[in-house]
Design a protein around this ligand. Structure first.
Ligand SMILES: Cc1cc2nc3c(=O)[nH]c(=O)nc-3n(C[C@H](O)[C@H](O)[C@H](O)COP(=O)(O)OP(=O)(O)OC[C@H]3O[C@@H](n4cnc5c(N)ncnc54)[C@H](O)[C@@H]3O)c2cc1C
Length: 343
């Protein structure tokens, strides 16, 4: 440590979600804080998260949802700062949000709103910045931490390494945190990816590449059974599924099955543009290529109708422009054979 080193209470390295939150909280507790970030753009991983809208919390999240070699590790942190606390912060900044499903909360507009919120919290805590600025070395000297950077060295009482994981190096990820842990003799659990890209061979990519960004939900009621030719039913559902996904640029396709005693209904619902009534009249005709199928051969839905007819089932179409489409196949339930007890 030299007399020219600038002194801080806390230095946080890495201005991602964790680093900004930590720096802001320390600053708001009246600590003098420096935040060092080597990448020139702030919060890039937040920006790309949740498809650009950031799934910023889950209101039902608790310790049981975290994977760790030590399952108790996250308990105290989650008890002291809950998803509701973060939600209160989001609401204070008037950031619109919505629940997608099962407690997942997303921004209405853009994840950039959260980056601006975290930056504003850092400003409220008078956090000082070095960005872009790399870290050359960290050492322990005279009971303080010394951090050497190309913009001069600083020293501090507490240092927080919040440089994140290895995902997406082109937006700033580095193994810096692991190296520092090794330098100071901390055991490192070998990292393994939690999120990997889905890579397809070229022919599958040509066929399914347009489906990127479409989610498929499956909802099946308990205890359903139908007596049907499996290949024909599969063919019909595959064509309906491909058709639905093709017309859903973003959003979801739902494959749903339920019964009411006399009928088992299997339906494929998309959140696409819907089909206008004139097109609906021809949509099952062979070689008909309506506005929803300008590039195909016009056979997909004709094959569905033939398969359903051969199955002895019925098909219904429910669609309005702008409100998505549901195709429903109505099947006879399987007759349940009663077990006759043997004497
Ligand atoms: C495609 C994608 C989608 C995701 N979607 C979601 C989602 O919807 N919801 C969710 O909760 N999570 C999501 N995640 C995960 C989430 O983004 C991360 O868990 C989170 O961003 C981690 O925050 P962090 O602050 O620990 O690390 P990071 O956000 O990675 O921040 C680390 C920071 O440290 C900086 N840094 C690295 N090395 C150095 C160095 N040597 N010196 C100085 N600075 C350095 C980096 O530039 C970066 O700014 C997603 C991740 C990806 C990749």
């Amino acid at each position: 440590m030299t007399r020219r080193d600038v002194r801080y209470d806390v230095v946080v390295i890495g201005a991602g979600a964790a680093g900004m939150m930590c720096a802001a909280t320390s600053g708001l507790r009246q600590r003098r804080v420096l935040l060092i970030e080597h990448y020139p753009v702030l919060g890039e991983k937040i920006r790309i998260s949740g498809g650009g809208r950031c799934n910023f919390t889950n209101i039902n999240a608790g310790p049981a949802n975290f994977l760790s070699h030590n399952p108790d590790f996250c308990k105290s942190a989650l008890a002291r700062y809950t998803p509701r606390d973060f939600l209160a912060l989001v609401e204070r900044y008037r950031i619109g949000y919505h629940e997608k499903k099962l407690g997942q909360l997303f921004c209405d507009d853009t994840a950039r709103d959260l980056i601006a919120m975290l930056k504003a919290e850092c400003d409220r805590g008078n956090v000082e910045w070095r960005m872009p600025c790399s870290v050359d070395a960290i050492s322990r000297e005279d009971r303080a931490w010394r951090i050497a950077t190309p913009l001069g060295a600083v020293c501090c009482d507490s240092i927080v390494v919040a440089t994140g994981g290895l995902t997406v190096p082109k937006i700033g990820a580095t193994p810096f945190g692991y190296r520092i842990a090794e330098q100071f003799g901390l055991a490192v659990v070998a990292p393994s990816p939690a999120l990997v890209p889905l890579a397809l061979p070229p022919d599958a990519l040509a066929r399914y590449g347009d489906l990127a960004g479409v989610a498929v939900d499956v909802e099946v009621a308990d205890g359903l059974a139908v007596e049907a030719n499996r290949d024909l039913l599969e063919q019909a559902l595959r064509n309906l599924g491909e058709n639905a996904a093709k017309h859903t640029a973003r959003g979801s396709v739902v494959l749903r099955a339920y019964g009411n005693g006399n009928t088992v209904t299997v339906e494929v619902e998309d959140s696409g543009p819907g089909i206008n009534p004139e097109v609906q009249r021809h949509v099952f005709d062979r070689f008909y290529r309506g506005e929803r199928d300008a590039h195909g051969f016009g056979l997909g839905l004709a094959i569905v109708r033939e398969s359903v007819r051969t199955l002895g089932a019925r098909i219904e179409l429910d669609s309005s422009p702008g409100e998505g489409t549901v195709f429903r196949i109505l099947l006879a339930p399987a007759r349940v054979r009663e077990e006759v007890p043997t004497a």
